[in-house]
Design a protein around this ligand. Sequence first.
Ligand code: SF4
Length: 409
Amino acid sequence: MTSTTLVCTGCGCLCDDVQVEVDGDHLSHIENACAKGAAYLQAAFKPDRRAKTSIRAQACSNEAAINEAARLLSRAKRPLIFGLDNSTLETQALAIDLARKLGAAIDDASSFSYGPLVERLISKELPTCSLSEVRDKADLLLYWGSNPTATHPRHLSKHTYYAYSDFNPAGWYPRVTLCSIDVRQTELTAMSKPAFKIRPGSDQDLISGVAGESHAPTDEARQLSELIKKSRFCAIFCGLGLVHSLEGDFAVFTRMVEALSQSIRVAVIPMIAETNMLGFNQRLHRETGYVNSISFAAGASRGREYSILEQVSHQAADCILFIGSDPFSAMPLSLLSKLQDTDLICLDHFRTLTTEASDVVIATAVPGVESKGNTVRFDGDSISLAEPIREGLPAQEAVLRQLLEKVGS
Ligand code: SF4
């Protein structure tokens, strides 16, 4: 029986206090994980949930699958590498090297989600801070289009509202105002005081009102503006609800934060659910000046046409390497049907719709459970995964090293 503490890679929270006991091939005890994390960790120990290494649905050795993947990538004229948001920094660096060597395009899910916001955070157009700075210091927690009780179950208890050590004299409520803005009622809006329930697509109007750019600000905009200006330190947690409502255009949002920052401290934190999207975006930005949708076909160029959605809808890629990502569970069938003539290679630890659809599947270790490495949490803090608690399948990093050696040789 082995007993250890690990970093859960079940969501972007990357909780580092999860205790497990492993009895041979059996996970006998889990402590501190939420239901989502416990289910994720248990799945890692269930053979029927794990990906199986195969070539065109026939089981094979790792070596054979890696050789076939290298062959498909080497012969491709327009390869694409996609995913990596749940991979370690080490894997991400190797994938970028592989894209460069192949002259491939490379993209991640930020191209249809947090990319525009992350770009502004990385280029310091928007202020941010770590979750440890938020705790006990921020006096206004503003969740905008985000419901962490579903996406990041321990976020409130480990990092914000319930993690505050400063309580009011009654001893029950943290000394912080919890506010949410959403189009629907959620567990979070039920506990927020105040909660603004807004019309779908009206975020931009609300932001303009708070920024002082609207001639006729709504009552909600006036109330929200007063609430923020009364605070000393407002942490704004931006969820996908806000990102999609703004269609990725954060210009007015940025001006609102600039205006508010004249009188109070404001920090913006993207509520990324993936474990290391920020790490990938930072690395690619350091190497190319952009966070996603890059082609290395001739130097490094950025364009919307290199994003996964454009690549698939225009049948631009003739071979796609998916790494730790399951786009088949998210994309519409009309798009997926365009991949019929594309060679698909998938590296994953779990069995997914994408592994089922791929020509070559290379089963890999579960990060944080069977392989170690480093990540960047969505607030920018570095988190190192614990030592593996069991051995067996190769890490994504090891597979990419072999592919790097084999492609083009
Ligand atoms: S909140 Fe996320 S990281 Fe933490 S235990 Fe739950 S799933 Fe795992």
